[in-house]
Design a protein around this ligand. Sequence first.
Ligand code: SAH
Length: 298
Amino acid sequence: MRGNHNDQIAKSSEANTRKKMSVGIWHCLIIFLSLFYPTTGLKSQGSIVEDMAIKHVLIPIVMEAEATPFVKHLGLKPVAAFFPSNTPFLAFSGEHHNTKVTVITLGKDKVYGTGVDNVGTVSASLATYLALSKLEGDVDLVMNAGTCGGFKRKGAGIGDVFLTTGVANHDRRIPIPGFDTYGTGKLATVDSSKMASKLGYKTGVCTTGNSLDWVEKDDDLMKENDASVKDMEAAAIAWTCAMSEIPYLGVKVVTDIVDGGIATQEEFMANLASAAESLQKALPLVLDYVCDETREEL
Ligand code: SAH
């Protein structure tokens, strides 16, 4: 009995040693590979998209006014019961050439009884998450399209189309080591520089916060983020994509100049319709570019 027991102990310690050795070998292999293939966060998204055929693009567009011209232009159809019935989000789907396209919008607010569009990070990340879950791994690229404020100091003008190179937050101040980096939440997005020069668009970081206007402290952080444009959803949608390891690209049209001296809300309302038109023109071109199977690189 005891002999048996000792035998078992010897066997199990032998197995443990073997297990430890193989874990050690795996660790070494992973460290070795990661030296040659740095894949932290979304940093290598350019090459991910370069190498893959894009068959299905999910396009979150926050506001109905921003989405409608594009949905009509592509002849996309509403998808009934795409989202759980207690959420306000809407989905439209169809094809553009050989690529499946699903547009989601954030719908209108019922919770606060205002009926306005559900702008901001909370609804944006929730809707994107639900859409990615519903589409069950079928999405190759998330292309977040919408309006934004542009920074004159970074060369932005009204109506300009910006493709993102990265996103970050400017209203999550948590001055505790580790939490500060978490709060800023910087993520690289799909490398859009070649596409932008081909299509004549600008590139830059989109900084996100839950306010349309800004205060002095926001401006310091927006500068720290090296932002070219400012919105209320990009960093949240990119975070949701990062969790699912799905490439994110922001396509943003400037409705107002943040550092220009005119009140944001006036400029935004005056330019919303023309920006939506310009988005409707830009989106099919960006779609054509990313879905072109003869393209060698982004
Ligand atoms: N007064 C508008 C409010 C829209 S909120 C209305 O009732 O229609 C602004 C939306 O446009 C958000 O989805 C945001 O992402 C984007 N946006 C445009 N310009 C912006 C700016 N300067 N700052 C932040 N978000 C901006």
